[in-house]
Unconditional design. Sequence first.
Length: 165
Amino acid sequence: MAKLLYTIGYEGATLGELLETLQRHDIELIIDVREAPVSRRREFSKGALSQALGQKRIDYLHLRALGNPKPGREAAKRGDGETYKRVFSAHLAGEAAQSALAKVAKLLSDRRACLLCLERDHTRCHRAIVADTLSTRAGVTITEPRRVCRRLQSLRGWSDDKQSR
């Protein structure tokens, strides 16, 4: 069975659109990689989101250690990509993040998982760095982004199947 890892951002989407997209792609596990799993939109905060996912038989796991630390988020907001990448790369090299990466790599052996964060565009989000790291560590390769609905355009598959590039 091919190892698959998807990533998605909920920015601009409704909870219903997110759930529909996850179900369409047979996602079994959401891995929330926000440092603080809270949102101004209550339905995307940890408790409410976990409950909504559970009703659709999708498990929820929050891994704070894979979240972008505040200095990285602030650099990203300023448009300082160099600082953002430096801060997050240093964070990702830490013991807690390395342990979380190992946990995700193990989960990928038998679960269809999806990294979740706010940012719609995966190229502007730390989850792309997490996914790239996991692609190397877990032996998966990147497939082309898939347009799955009007707003959730960044569900991106990572696989080791023959459709990968």
